[in-house]
Every structure is written in C-alpha cells, then in structure tokens.
Design a protein around this ligand. Structure first.
Ligand code: ATP
Length: 427
C-alpha cells in the first residue's frame, strides 16, 4: 500500500514530513525501502517553503528489517519485502484523522491532500509536476480515473503534490536523515551547530553540511518547523548511526528521526529539450551571452543572451562569491550552459557552466616600428610617431586575459535550491 501526502503545513510552523512520521508511528506499519521526500516545482507560488510532498510504501515486513526512524519511543522499520494490507479505507481513515488533527488548517495556504494507492502511476505525473504548473482539476480527474482512494480538505491542492510523489520513479536519488524536535527545536548556539555539522561531515557520502562561504551550518533549517536538522547523503546505510551519535555526543534533545529517499540534488526540475520558455518552469540550455552584466539596486545583476535566435534577459540575484566571479568577467560572445527558472520573462540563473570563452581585445594606438614609442592620433584611424616620420592606419589590438575559467559557477550551499545538484562536488 502506498500513502502519499502533501500540503499540511502553513507559514507559522509544521512540516508534512513530521506528519508522515506521526502517521507511520501511530499505524505501526513497516516501510518498504525508504519513505520518499519529493521536491516539486520550486517556482510554485502556493508553496510554504521547499515544495515537498511525501510518499511511503507500507505493509507488514517479512524477513530482515532495519531501523530507519523513531517517534514517541517507537521504532520505525524498513524492509525489502512487505505484505500488503487489505483494508485501504481503514488505513485512509486512520491516517486522515491524524492529518486533520495536526495540519495547520487555519492557514489559507494549507490545503491537504492524501492518496492511498496499490501501484505507482506513470512517472509523467512526477516530471510534469516538478517542471511545470499543474491544475488541481486535472490532478483530481486523473486520481479519480485511476480509481485511487483519496482524501482532501479545503481546496485539496495537496492532491497535486501527493500524485506527483506517488509517481516519482526514484531513478536518480539522494537521502536525508531528518531529526525532529516537536513542536519547535530550541535555538542552538552557532558553535554547537557547527560541531554537529562537523560530525555529519565524518559520515560517508554526506554533502551540503556546512556552508564555508557564509559560515553557516546548512543542516539546520529555519526554527519555525519541527525539523531540528537534516543531513543529506548518498549513503543511506552509512547515516543510520547519526541520531545516536548526536544524542550521545551533544546536549541536544530530539523527539524523533526518519531517513528519507529524496530527489534533492538531482536537477530533475530542469527541462533540457523544449520549444519555448514557459513561466514558472526551469531549464538547462546552451546560450550565447549578448550583453555585459548590469547591476541594479540591491546587488542583483542582469545580462542578455541569445537562445534559438531570440534574445532574452537573465538575472543573477545577490551574487555569491562564485557567482560574483561571473559578473566580474562574463563577456559578450561567451558560450555558456545556463541552469535556471523562467520567471516573469527572464531566466533566474541557478548555475552556469562556461563552455567556451570568447576572446576579448582592447584597441590602442600602435607603437612606432622605428623607435618603439607609442604613436599619437592623427585623425580617424590614423596614427603618427612624434619622433620619426612614420604614419600608420592600423591600430594595435591586445588580447585581455580572462579571469573566468571554463568552470561551473553556482550558489553556495546555503543559497542553493533543494533540487539543484552541485556540479563541483558529490553527488
Ligand atoms: P513544506 O516544505 O514545509 O512541506 P511546502 O513548501 O512543501 O511546505 P506546501 O504546503 O506543500 O509547500 O504547498 C505546495 C502546494 O503546491 C501543494 O498544494 C502542492 O500540491 C502544490 N504544487 C506542487 N507542485 C505543483 C505544481 N507543479 N503545480 C501546481 N501546484 C503544485
């Protein structure tokens, strides 16, 4: 049995992952594989924070099981083989009761949706929802056509995310170990946060633990949610001992934890083959720079580029260290791969790969071939030496050394979107 859930929290706290943890612990069911934390279109205006939806396959385990979480003192186990549960409506009612108790229904942004299904629907639902905008009426029609059991409250928009999470194929994936402190974690001193991020660094496969550029322990999110910290990794087995080591090594209390399989750092939101840019979608494409960057108040930069014979604008917001190098030395004619979201008619750049740099020359007066001194202007495109009777019609051109390398330029860890993969480090 698959349970998918979305849109249970609002601006003043809560988190759909915490609600899923609560459901798993209350129902006392085992998880097949790992619960899935699926990030969807990062440009959707209805999102509260990171546009996450959840899906978990549950049942009664047969054979070996591994502890992947804990809540209220109860362990949560994962197994490769689980027997299905026959009474879908019973589970739907029990899970929905918890959703209605915990969801932040007073918040106008909270519109929960839950689906209970036997099979995963076609992956196109996922790819469409991570890359474009989906209408609730379309999602609902598909859910009904497939005969799925579902529950929804208010405008039920969460069904869009639930359907997408259900259909995520988990082809490319990473993992995140989330530790919770319900209702809200106590604020931890920066020094302690750094020590815990350093501990996370010692676990094989972890990434994005600490942002050196901003001196920020990136595993600690905003304190308005029940999430104490989240450690991202490519190694799900290696991270299992992290909660025990935090509990034994630091004066930190947490009320539960759970390991998720995620589509974070997979670049899944980028469309690579497309006809034209659509608002609120994200793209990865090759382009030619057609203007030098210009800065506006607030430190945001804009430049233009050519794509398929048309000129567009791109924005680099508050350039970070790495992005600042771009704005310092990107040149007209550079051939680049841009990764970003198309919003209000321009591409908001998330990362840039420099494929080929254009050669840039500065024009100057030539030197005299007789005496070697710099010649003076003698009219348009005409030069003369003041010491020798020498004239020339040819200016000198000197190639300038580019500081921008044929590299990847991307935001630092703290400014990176969940779905964006770093191209310079694991994974
Ligand atoms: P949190 O990360 O704290 O769980 P959130 O940022 O995930 O919060 P939600 O509260 O889940 O935000 O709100 C996002 C809403 O947008 C959900 O109702 C979801 O179904 C919907 N949604 C997600 N992707 C799309 C899309 N591509 N088109 C239309 N609606 C979408």
């Amino acid at each position: 049995m698959l349970i998918a859930l979305d849109d249970t929290d609002g601006n003043d706290g809560g988190c759909t992952t915490h609600l899923m943890l609560h459901i798993l612990s209350d129902l006392g069911l085992d998880v097949k594989g790992y619960p899935r934390l699926v990030r969807l279109n990062p440009n959707i205006p209805f999102k509260t924070r990171g546009n996450a939806a959840l899906c978990v396959e549950v049942g009664i385990s047969r054979g070996a099981k591994t502890k992947i979480g804990e809540y209220g003192g109860k362990p949560i186990f994962s197994s490769n083989i689980v027997d299905d549960i026959s009474d879908y409506d019973h589970i739907a009612d029990a899970a929905w009761k918890i959703v209605l108790l915990e969801a932040n229904l007073k918040d106008e942004k909270t519109n929960p949706g839950m689906i209970i299904a036997r099979e995963r629907p076609d992956t196109s639902y996922y790819f469409h929802t991570v890359r474009s905008v989906v209408l609730i009426d379309d999602a609902l029609r598909n859910i009904r056509d497939m005969g799925m059991v579902y529950r929804s409250a208010k405008n039920g928009r969460g069904l869009i995310g639930a359907l997408a999470a259900l259909s995520w194929p988990a082809g490319k994936s990473t993992y995140e170990m989330i530790l919770y402190s319900f209702p809200h974690p106590k604020h931890l001193a920066k020094k302690l946060q750094k020590k815990i991020a350093n501990l996370a660094n010692t676990f094989h496969g972890t990434f994005n633990n600490y942002d050196d550029e901003n001196r920020h322990a990136a595993i600690f999110p905003s304190p308005r949610t029940p999430v104490l910290c989240g450690v991202r990794t490519t190694d799900p087995v290696g991270i299992l001992d992290f909660p025990t080591q935090v509990a034994s090594g630091f004066p930190v209390r947490f009320t539960g934890y759970l390991l998720y399989q995620t589509n974070q750092a997979t670049d899944d939101h980028y469309q690579e083959s497309f006809e034209s840019f659509e608002d609120l979608s994200s793209y990865a494409f090759n382009a030619i720079v057609t203007s030098l960057p210009e800065v506006i108040k607030g430190g945001h930069w804009f430049l233009s580029f050519f794509y398929k014979g048309k000129e567009y604008k791109a924005a680099i917001f508050e350039p970070s260290k790495s992005m600042r190098l771009i704005v310092k030395d990107i040149q007209v004619g550079d051939y680049v791969k841009l990764f970003g979201s198309f919003i209000e008619g321009k591409i908001n750049i998330e990362k840039v790969s420099i494929i080929e740099r254009s050669r840039v020359f500065i024009r100057s007066n030539p030197t005299c071939p007789e005496c070697g001194s710099r010649m003076q202007n003698a009219g348009r495109n005409s030069f003369r030496c003041s010491a020798c009777p020498y004239h020339s019609m040819l200016p000198a051109y000197t190639e300038i050394k580019r500081s921008l390398g044929r590299n990847i330029y991307e935001a630092p860890v703290a400014g990176r979107r969940h779905l964006v993969a770093s191209m310079r480090e694991e994974p």
